[in-house]
Every structure is written in C-alpha cells, then in structure tokens.
Design a protein around this ligand. Structure first.
Ligand SMILES: Cc1cc2nc3c(=O)[nH]c(=O)nc-3n(C[C@H](O)[C@H](O)[C@H](O)COP(=O)(O)OP(=O)(O)OC[C@H]3O[C@@H](n4cnc5c(N)ncnc54)[C@H](O)[C@@H]3O)c2cc1C
Length: 463
C-alpha cells in the first residue's frame, strides 16, 4: 500500500453531523478532510427534509388555490399544478443550500473530497474520486456519518418495477395519475398527501395494523381519517403479494387483506417502507468497526465505535432518524473532545411529520407509558376548541398531554396546525421540569395555537 496522505480529522459522509464536525474542526485549526460521494451537505438539504417540505408547501398552495373561493378569493378557470415548476422551485432552493455549504467549506478550510470512500486499513480510506482516480487518506481521528437509504422490500416483481423512492418522487416533472405508496410511515404519508393535493389519485398500503406504527392508536386513527377525507385510499394490515409492470407506466399490485386478495392498478409506485444503513461493503471490518444485527454501527453512548479514535454519528450510528438528532450527535462529540461528559442517553427528542395538519410529538406516548408501567393522567383537547383554529378553518386534530403523579409533563402529542411550533413550548416546559399548572396558568398570546395548552391542561382528570 502506498503512503496515505495524513490528516488530523477524516470524515466519511457529509451529512448534518459530518459537515458540522468538519467546519468546527477546521475552524479550530485542524487539518480536516471530508469524503462525500454525492450530496454536498448530506440528505437533509438535497433529498430529504428541505426538498420534501418545499414540495409539500407547493402542495398546500395548490390546496388553498382549489379552495380559494371559500376564503373569498375567486379564481376563474381550472386550478392545475405544473410539476416542472414545483420541481424547479425545489431545485432552486437546493442549489442555494449547496452554495451556502460550499461557502462554509471554503471559509472553514475543511477540504471536501467528492468521491466514494472505503476502508483499506485502520483509520485509512481509499477514495474513488468522482472525477476519476483515487486518493488514499489516513486520519488521526475518523468520523463516520454515512446515513441510510430507502429499503426496497423483497416483494416479487417490486424491484423490476423500478419503484420511486423519495429521491425520485421529489424529482418528478409529471403528475402520476395513480400513485401507490408502499408504507404508511412519516415519509410515505407526507408525500402521499402532497401528491393527492397536486391532483394524483393516491393509495397507501401499510402492512402493519395501523398507520405510523409507533404512534398511539387514537393518533393513527385521526390521521387516517384526515387523509381519507382528502380522498386518499388507505389500506392497513395489507400485505403486498406481488407487483407487475413498471412504475411510470402501469403497475398492478396483488394485495392480501383480512377479507381476501385484491388487485390495485396504478401508474407509479413509491416505496417508503423503512431505511437501510449505508454501512455494507465499505470495509468497516478492515477498520475494526463492528456493526449491530441490523447493520448499524455499534456505538456507546458517547458515539464511540469499537475502533479507537473512530466515532459514528447520525442515522448510521442508530441515532433516531432526524436531522436535529444528527446535529446533537455533532454537539456531543464536539463537547466530549473538549473534555465534556455528554451522552446520547435520556435525550428528549421531539419530531414533526409535515402532513397538513402536522403531527408533532415529544416524550412518552400513552402506549409507551403503559409499557413502562408509568402511571399518568391524560388530558385531551379537540383543535375545534382552539379559537385560532376557527380563524383559519383548521379545526381538525387534537392535543394530548400525559402528566405524572408529581405534576411533571411526560409527553405531548398534537395533530393540528402549527403542531411543530406548539410542541417546542411543551418541550421547553418539560426540559425545565415545570409542574403542569405553570404552563396551564401561563398568559399566552391570543389567538395562537399554543393558547390551546391552557384549556388542554385544564382538562386533566383529577389525580
Ligand atoms: C424524505 C425524507 C424526509 C425527511 N424529513 C425529515 C424532517 O422533516 N425532519 C427531520 O428531522 N428529519 C427528516 N428526515 C431524516 C433526515 O433527513 C436525516 O435524519 C438527516 O438528514 C440526518 O442524516 P445523517 O446525518 O445521518 O446522514 P445523511 O445526511 O444521510 O448523510 C450521509 C452522507 O454520507 C454519504 N455517504 C454514505 N456512504 C458514503 C461513502 N462510502 N463514501 C462517501 N460518501 C458516503 C451520503 O452520500 C450522504 O450524503 C427525512 C428523511 C427523508 C428520507
């Protein structure tokens, strides 16, 4: 093996944690190289959070335009969606994001190497450069931020049908006449609703007994009702037996439900049925980095792998699959390398699914509380009881809070407009260990969605 170029910090994958580490380390004067095969800045700005929310916003505009007359705005003529324009707006945003990233690489001094890396020895990568040729790099400290990719379930005929994943779905310049979505999780539902609003017929097929398997039943049922009311056909507890045809042309799916087999004819298939870590075939065993049974990098609560001076961050490390968690993984490593004692244990991780209305959650669900044997009191409030929702005609959904016997808030879930913002209010109260009456009795601005927290917590049954 020829002599590798030695750097102090070597990062494989430029996702959220990887790029933040790169910029931080380089700004601290350390010789830093980042190897990235395709997406400058990782999934979030290129193919995941930001592009999906961008197109989802276009879908909301489509919905408002379709219903404009209700709000007193008269649109004469047919409201249609030009998917090429939807895509161009998204592409323009992504281009701006990439430019900002390149600027950060430039100003920080971290070297971005575009190519595919694999380990050939401990802390040593061979990089197949996108422009041709190879480079051999060794790092004093190595960080893995490899991400995940969409799983394609092994259903006869599915792979041959060349289904869309979220990547291709966010690049369509045409409207699928009938989009069949395999998977009733967050990604599948966000895109299902967006395409329905653009004008596609949409069918969602979920193999589990409910949508969004980790949510409480009442939450899943409410979301199913809302999406069903928009004309999305939803099948749960439905196994896809086989697929014929080709996505983008014609597809035919045989599905099995409790009441027997049926055939679904569609034009396009989107697969949103889980994620697979990008850890296979890149020589991690050469580097002494062990994987767990599901192929994720085995890490301790300080994100250290089984190889010394090698860390893993973000989704490939089995961290909850959100950009804000990958961001926090970066902070944990940054602080620990500076002598801190931070860990991934007991992180309070909120999330938001950007359907309309969105679903946001933090802390324990009712199901988790029951499973853990934690006694809670549960308060509920329909969004139709929140005055702000009357002003915008967004009365669908509900809020739910779980409170412990010592009055601390243990969990909060909301399906409702601005849920992603309201959850931050409750999370802040939880972080501060505030007894719930403090939030219940707070004077919150009127009319806001957060104002609903007062009546919600007033609904708590007596302890
Ligand atoms: C459709 C969709 C929507 C989402 N929406 C949200 C949302 O609204 N909010 C939210 O918080 N999260 C969302 N997520 C999840 C979020 O995108 C990720 O959790 C987040 O981007 C963090 O990813 P990461 O840092 O683990 O890795 P990534 O950002 O995926 O980065 C890994 C990088 O490593 C590179 N790479 C991998 N292997 C190699 C190799 N061998 N050589 C060179 N480079 C390599 C990849 O090209 C990639 O750029 C969404 C995900 C999807 C798919």
């Amino acid at each position: 093996m020829s002599q590798p170029e030695q750097v102090e910090v070597l990062i494989l994958g430029s996702g959220e944690a990887g790029k933040l580490l790169a910029w931080h380390m380089a700004r601290a004067g350390r010789r830093t190289a980042v190897v990235e095969r395709r997406w400058i800045g990782g999934s979030c700005p290129n193919i995941a959070c930001l592009p999906s929310k961008n197109e989802i916003w276009s879908a909301r505009v489509a919905l408002l335009a379709q219903h404009a007359a209700k709000f007193g705005t008269m649109i004469t003529g047919l409201v249609t969606t030009d998917m090429a324009k939807v895509r161009q707006r998204k592409r323009d945003m992504v281009d701006r994001e990439i430019a900002l990233h390149l600027q950060n690489y430039k100003t920080s001094g971290a070297e971005l190497i575009m190519g595919t890396g694999h380990f050939v020895a401990s802390k040593t990568l061979e990089v197949r450069l996108n422009d041709g040729g190879t480079r051999l790099l060794a790092g004093d400290q190595v960080f893995l931020n490899l991400g995940t990719h969409a799983a394609i379930p092994s259903i006869p005929g599915l792979e041959a049908a060349q289904p869309l994943t979220h990547i291709e779905a966010l690049e369509l310049d045409y409207l699928p006449p009938h989009l069949v979505v395999l998977g009733g999780g967050y990604i599948g539902l966000e895109l299902a609703q967006a395409y329905r609003r653009f004008g596609s017929r949409v069918t969602v097929i979920e193999s589990g007994p409910q949508l969004m398997s980790r949510e409480d039943r009442d939450v899943a049922d409410e979301m199913r009702r809302i999406l069903g009311d928009e004309g999305i056909q939803i099948l749960v507890a439905t196994e896809t037996v086989n697929v014929h045809g080709r996505s983008g042309e014609e597809v035919s799916l045989t599905v099995r439900t409790a009441s027997g087999e049926q055939t679904i004819e569609g034009s396009d298939i989107l697969v949103a049925a889980g994620r697979v870590p990008n850890t296979a075939g890149i020589g991690l065993e050469e580097a002494g980095v062990e994987l767990d049974g599901r192929g994720y990098v085995r890490v301790n609560e300080r994100l250290e792998t089984t190889a010394s001076d090698v860390w893993a961050v973000g989704e490939c490390a089995g961290s909850p699959q959100f950009t804000h968690v990958s961001h926090d993984d970066f902070r944990i490593i940054r602080d620990n390398l500076a002598g801190g004692k931070r860990s991934t244990r007991d992180r309070l991780v909120p999330y938001c699914m950007f359907t309309d209305p969105p679903l946001a959650h933090v802390g324990l669900s009712e199901r988790e509380a029951e499973h853990q044997g934690v006694t809670t009191r549960v308060a509920r409030l329909s969004m139709s009881a929140v005055l702000r929702a009357h002003t915008t005609d967004e009365t669908q959904g509900f809020m739910k809070a779980l409170v412990a016997s010592d009055d601390r808030i243990l969990g909060f879930t909301m399906i409702g407009a601005e849920a992603g913002e309201v959850v931050a209010v409750v999370q802040t109260a939880m972080l501060a260990n505030l007894p719930y009456p403090v939030l219940r009795d707070a004077v919150l601005a009127h009319p806001t969605m957060a104002e609903g927290l007062g009546p919600l917590l007033s609904n708590l049954p007596p302890g």
